[in-house]
Every structure is written in structure tokens, then in C-alpha cells.
Design a protein. Structure first.
Length: 215
């Protein structure tokens, strides 16, 4: 019998905004079908009944854990979405890669797009793909693995997973990534949204949140 997934943890809350810690394995928003309705939004709605129908300002992959923002009001959603679109939001992720990264830091620029025949897999495409940009730095070597910090400068689907695994990126997939890596024997993918900084959508006050990786 599957073990029930833990609830999201509320890290910050006010009248227009929620910042939560999403557990790995829980959908960020509902998917198609009755088996995909359990998600961050559904679990938090009883605690914030005034929340708009589609409150997620951004998403994390189901296998990814960490910081996620939900807007309670439509105006907050509009203003927060604008911050993401104009790259005013700063994000950092912690990951463990399935191999040794020799360099200490770098930048990855790699265009990619959805493979329609193999959804949701993303493929490198220098012509039709959208550019993804990620800076990274090595945090530690842990046996035959490498702990890294990713800072995405764009927000493409699966960007960090593709940039880690592709030979034109780091060429080393994230541990537990069943789509772009081996994903064998690991309980979860070792990718965590660990830092988020933005401006409050009403007051403009700078906000910053940190969440240590649970691995």
C-alpha cells in the first residue's frame, strides 16, 4: 500500500500570497483525470478558501521538492506572474548529480523544445527550441556524485533536468531522474527549490525565502 504523501508546509502567508514547501511526489496543480487531483493547490484550498481558482504563479515538477508561490487574489497573481515573466524573481535549486563534475562553476545556454511524440520529454533543438540559460556552481563532491546549486535565468519546462543531463550541458543527470537519467533505485529525484526572492505584489517589499534541501 503506498505511503501517503505529506502535506505542503506553509512558510509564509498574508492576505494575497502563500509561499509553501512542496514535498516530492505531489503534483503542484491538478492534472487530467480523477487520479491526478491530489496536489498542492487542492490540499491548501481548505486553509485559504478565498484563493482564486488557478493560484499557482509557477510550477515545480512532481518529483521536485521545495519553494512554491501561490496567489490568493487575481491581482496578486497578475503582478507576481509579471515578475516571473520579466525575470525579476531570483531562484536557486540544490541538486545531486549522478557523477563527478570537474569544473567549479559555469553557465549553460541550451535551446530545447517539447518532443510531441514523447511528452513531456524535452529535446535539444538549436533552430526551433527556446533558449534556456542556467548558471551553476559545485557545492561538494559526495563519493561518486556532485552536489550543485543551479540558478535558472529562464524558466523553461524541465530546464535544470535537461541542462544537467544533456552532453552540451553538464552531461550528468540528476540522481533519480527517471526521464533524463537512469532513475534506478532512488526513492526520489534529488532536486530541490531552495531559494526564492521577489517583491511583494502589493507593498513592493523585498521578500526572500530559503528551504534547505532534505537530502
Amino acid at each position: 500500500m503506498p505511503v501517503p504523501l505529506p502535506d505542503p508546509v506553509i512558510i509564509y502567508r498574508d492576505a494575497v500570497l502563500l509561499v509553501v514547501g512542496k514535498p516530492a511526489g505531489l503534483l503542484a496543480v491538478p492534472g487530467r483525470g480523477p487520479d491526478k487531483q491530489d496536489c498542492v493547490v487542492a490540499r491548501l484550498r481548505p486553509l485559504a478558501p478565498a484563493m482564486i481558482a488557478q493560484p499557482a504563479v509557477h510550477r515545480l515538477d512532481m518529483a521536485t521538492s521545495g519553494l512554491m508561490i501561490l496567489a490568493i487574489t487575481a491581482e496578486a497573481h497578475r503582478r507576481l506572474s509579471r515578475q516571473f515573466e520579466t525575470r525579476q524573481v531570483r531562484k536557486r535549486y540544490t541538486a545531486i548529480l549522478d557523477g563527478i563534475v570537474a569544473a567549479r562553476e559555469g553557465e549553460i545556454r541550451l535551446p530545447f523544445r517539447l518532443d510531441p511524440a514523447n511528452r513531456p520529454y524535452q529535446i535539444h533543438d538549436p533552430i526551433a527550441g527556446k533558449m534556456g540559460i542556467t548558471t551553476w556552481r559545485r557545492l561538494a563532491l559526495e563519493g561518486n556524485r556532485t552536489r550543485v546549486e543551479f540558478t535558472p535565468l529562464t524558466g523553461r519546462t524541465h530546464q535544470l533536468r535537461v541542462h544537467a543531463a544533456h552532453r552540451l550541458g553538464l552531461g550528468i543527470p540528476i540522481v533519480g531522474d527517471r526521464l533524463y537519467g537512469r532513475g534506478d533505485g532512488e526513492e526520489r529525484m534529488l532536486l530541490h527549490a531552495s531559494f526564492l526572492a521577489l517583491s511583494h505584489p502589493v507593498s513592493g517589499t523585498p521578500l526572500a525565502f530559503a528551504s534547505p534541501a532534505p537530502f
